[in-house]
Design a protein around this ligand. Structure first.
Ligand code: CTP
Length: 394
């Protein structure tokens, strides 16, 4: 959503990871961005420009075409229209040139001529990456506000092992979205809970629910993009741990309560998206229960209501709850909002479990009701945070 209709110049420089920029082009395109690939001469040795042209749907600018005057005028047009320049893969060479004011080819000229945000995704041999000159160049670019995604540790094409691999494509896209997000949550300390809790019956069985954590993770990532310091307390989830946040993984409702209450006092915003189990077995068997009896009764007792506890101890935190309802959605959500002393509650229904989309209704403490259409959870996260930001400011 953040990248929709954005003009992105994708600078591709000469490294073996250049082929990964094809997938980056495809995914940026899928997110609705207009991608204008600019390849250096050596990048065009690795990958044919036609591949980028086909995937981006736009002409590819390389040095080869620069003889034409018309083409050079169009380059400047694009540089001016660009919302962001992503250089992926970025070699030590392009980093060095950009850091030292050298503009001796099309890409470095565009980088220098444009005022939009720039994001470098370096990929190179580990010794090159660790070279103090390269490190100095990276620090220099960071100091003037250029962003970096990666590189990561791992096996390198040159046969070495170490830091120098191109960051995963999703991380580069996350970083681009972060560059383009408003920083309206800067200074906020946001605590998010996500996912299900598991309450053990015995070592191999537990009570839980189908929550995937997708909603809470989307909120944590969005808050981080918007400049907040984020703590994500997550129950069991198969999702990738978001980067750049404090991540606490827990299993049970008790563990989630401990972790969340530990971070609560210093938080300014709390968003409880977790599907916390309301009950746990009174006794959890130490050994696997064998199927000897025809019936087995498991006695359950209540877990702590974390959000209720937070409401009771509220000291200026902006509290957001989720209400999972099957009936009387708005009325039931309102009751929870009042009982738990929340500022906002997001009512949703169990159909959203484990899906990438959901339909939610947002209710605030003064009675305002916003019914959103079915949206991607990433988009719901942004909409919820828009309302949180207004609530904090106002
Ligand atoms: N919640 C919590 N601790 C619990 C149960 C729920 O902090 N033990 C939080 C959830 O994370 C959510 C909100 O309270 O933000 C509402 O959760 P929900 O399951 O919809 O409602 P409950 O309060 O558990 O009430 P009920 O199950 O009766 O609908």
């Amino acid at each position: 959503m953040i990248l929709k209709d954005k003009n992105i110049i994708l600078g591709v420089t000469g490294g073996i990871a250049a082929y990964k920029a094809l997938e980056l082009t495809r995914l940026l395109n899928k997110k609705g961005a207009n991608v204008y690939p600019v390849m250096t001469k050596s990048a065009a040795e690795f990958i044919a420009p036609l591949s980028f042209q086909t995937l981006s749907g736009n002409p590819v600018f390389t040095e080869l075409f620069d003889a034409s005057r018309d083409a050079s005028i169009r380059h400047i047009d694009i540089a001016e229209k660009a919302d962001i320049i992503i250089i992926a893969p970025a070699t030590a060479n392009v980093i060095g040139k950009a850091a030292n004011g050298i503009a001796d080819d099309l890409l470095t000229t565009i980088i220098m001529a444009s005022k939009c945000p720039k994001l470098f995704a370096p990929a190179m041999n580990v010794n090159m990456y660790e070279n103090p000159i390269v490190q100095k160049n990276i620090s220099r670019l960071k100091r003037v506000g250029y962003s970096f995604a990666g590189p990561c540790e791992g096996e390198l094409a040159c046969g070495y092992e170490g830091k120098g691999r191109l960051a995963p494509i999703e991380d580069i896209i996350d970083a681009a979205e972060e560059c383009l997000s408003p920083k309206d949550m800067k200074g906020q300390k946001v605590l998010v809970t996500a996912g299900p809790t598991r309450e053990a019956i015995d070592p191999v069985r537990f009570i839980s629910n189908p929550s995937s954590g997708k909603m809470g993770y989307a909120i944590a990532r969005a808050a981080k993009r918007r400049g907040a310091e984020v703590v994500l307390v997550s129950g069991h989830s198969y999702l990738k741990q978001p980067t750049g946040i404090t991540f606490v993984d827990v299993i049970t409702a008790d563990e989630m309560a401990d972790a969340a209450m530990r971070h609560y006092p210093q938080s300014t915003v709390v968003i409880m998206a977790a599907a916390v189990s309301d009950y746990k077995p009174k006794t959890s068997y130490r050994k696997k229960v064998k199927k000897e009896e025809t019936k087995l009764t498991v006695e359950l007792e209540r877990t702590q209501d974390i959000l209720q506890e937070m409401g009771n101890k509220k000291r200026g935190q902006f509290l957001v709850g989720f209400a999972l309802e099957t009936d009387d959605v708005i009325a039931n959500a309102r009751k929870k909002l009042e009982a738990k002393r929340l500022d906002l509650i997001v009512a949703n229904n169990p159909k959203g479990f484990d899906k990438d989309v959901n339909q939610v209704t947002i209710i605030d403490k003064s009675g305002g009701v916003i019914e959103l259409p079915q949206l991607q959870k990433d988009e719901i996260a942004e909409r919820v945070l828009d309302i949180v930001v207004k609530g904090i400011e106002g």
